[in-house]
Write a protein that binds this ligand. Structure first.
Ligand SMILES: Nc1nc2c(ncn2[C@@H]2O[C@H](COP(=O)(O)OP(=O)(O)OP(=O)(O)O)[C@@H](O)[C@H]2O)c(=O)[nH]1
Ligand SMILES: [Mg+2]
Length: 426
């Protein structure tokens, strides 16, 4: 199955059911009162985190999701049935953003954690609510409110404590296989690993950490070479980076040059990433070339105070020590500094929206707009005079009527709100 770690989807809550404007009739009462019930509420659309999924691939086939609409209200004050909620399952570690504004809506990191991403619309009220001394036999009822609708951007950042970074063929997957129960594919060609692989490293009876084996990086990953940078997003959540170098320089590599390039690519991907605590593992010590190179490498890293260890993933040498050292480093670093940085960013300042806006189109049509106005219009049943009258009351109350007058609207002018058009009557 393909590994997909980002997706965009359109979500919509269910529409609220329309209120009923039924009038009660029976043989014993000459004139019945209003008995129209409320519409049911629309269902909500939720996301839920589960460890059973590893990718966002399901969302690449279908990109529109809607919860169930509420049912219409009925006679005898019967409330319509509420629409069912829909729960979309996403892998643990999914960040949910508004695709437009980019605002972070939630970060689903715990099993079963839920986030409501599109609220269902409120059911319209039936005419029983509108009995007033003046409206003796009201025909007035509301339409259901539309469900909330938005475009979401989902980004998966796997949850791992330690990210394993290195050139292709350095032996990252071999190390994951040697130190965890995971069984990633190991092969002598570059880019064997095409998607992040996770494994749990047991350090002691109670101690463990999650290691992520990431696809190989090469120079120019920032410009899209090799598999590019895109898997580095998964390192952003890790607290420690383990850089694995091929000590034997197979494929004509030079370990120190690899180290330099890896650091550079991390930094190019996300300035600050190169400052995450990191350790170096020099692999393939079962080969004489690696053993020969080791003293020089050891000295190089000692001078720079970078913890470096020699190992052989194939021969299972030096693994215990490496695991211990990684665990120690992990314990010293509490949270990913990059995550912290993201959290401490000042929240965006939102300007309160005006209750409506008014403009005039070229054909002389007045266009009234704004969330609130659109909502009321959507809830109005235009075949129902009472409902239209109520809408007028509302437009007057929020000042739209006044604004039209001041702008010079004249009787008979067309006013457009959303898809509806009506005549202006002062
Ligand atoms: N001699 C020796 N060979 C090793 C060692 N570790 C890995 N290899 C070999 O190196 C090759 C690449 O190993 P992988 O574990 O697939 O390397 P990788 O870093 O995951 O590679 P990509 O997924 O392509 O980025 C394979 O042929 C392994 O058998 C080691 O400690 N010693
Ligand atoms: Mg691999």
């Amino acid at each position: 199955m393909a590994f997909i770690d980002q997706a965009e989807i359109q979500v919509r809550g269910g529409k609220g059911g329309d209120g009923s404007h039924s009038l009660h009739r029976d043989k014993n009462t000459a004139l019945g009162g209003p008995d129209g019930g409320d519409g049911g509420h629309g269902g909500g659309l939720w996301l839920e985190a589960t460890s059973q999924l590893r990718t966002l691939v399901d969302f690449s086939y279908l990109d529109h999701y809607a919860a169930e609409d509420g049912e219409k209200g009925g006679k005898n004050r019967c409330t319509g049935a509420s629409g069912r909620d829909i729960v979309l399952r996403v892998p643990l570690g999914t960040l949910v953003k508004d695709a437009g504004a980019g605002e972070l809506l939630g970060d689903l990191v715990e099993e079963g954690q839920r986030l409501l991403v599109a609220q269902g619309g409120r059911g319209g009220r039936g005419n029983t609510h509108f009995t007033t001394p003046v409206r003796q036999a009201p025909r007035l009822s509301e339409k259901g409110q539309p469900g909330e609708e938005r475009r979401l951007r989902l980004e998966l950042k796997v949850l791992a404590d330690v990210g394993l970074v290195g050139f292709p063929n350095a032996g990252k997957s071999s190390l994951l296989a040697a130190s965890t129960a995971a069984r990633p594919k190991v092969a002598s060609y570059p880019f064997t690993t095409l998607e992040p692989q996770l494994g749990v490293v047991r350090v002691g009876p109670e101690e463990s950490f999650v290691l992520a084996d990431l696809p190989g990086l090469i120079e120019g990953a920032a410009e899209g070479h090799g598999l590019g940078h895109r898997f580095l997003r998964h390192v952003e959540r890790t607290r420690v980076i383990l850089m694995l170098l091929d000590g034997a320089g197979c494929d004509g590599r030079e370990p120190l040059e690899d180290y330099r390039v890896l650091r550079q690519e991390l930094k190019r991907y996300h300035p600050g990433l190169e400052k995450l605590p990191h350790l170096v593992g020099v692999n393939k010590m079962d080969l004489p070339e690696a053993r020969e190179a080791w003293p020089g490498l050891k000295e190089f890293f000692r001078k720079r105070k970078v913890p470096a260890l020699a190992l052989s993933a194939a021969a299972h040498q030096g693994l215990e020590e490496l695991v211990k050292k990684v665990y120690e480093t992990l314990q010293k670093s509490t949270a990913s500094p990059l995550e912290e940085e993201a959290r401490s960013r000042p929240p965006k300042v939102y300007k309160p929206e005006p209750r409506f806006t008014l403009r005039r189109e070229s054909g002389g049509i007045w266009v009234l707009s704004g969330k609130e106005v659109l909502k009321w219009v959507a809830m109005t049943d235009f075949n129902n005079e009472e409902a239209v009258r109520k809408l007028r009351d509302i437009l007057t109350r929020i000042g739209a009527e006044q604004a039209l007058k001041e702008a010079g609207a004249e009787e008979g002018d067309t006013i457009r709100v959303g898809k509806e058009e009506f005549y202006y009557v002062p």
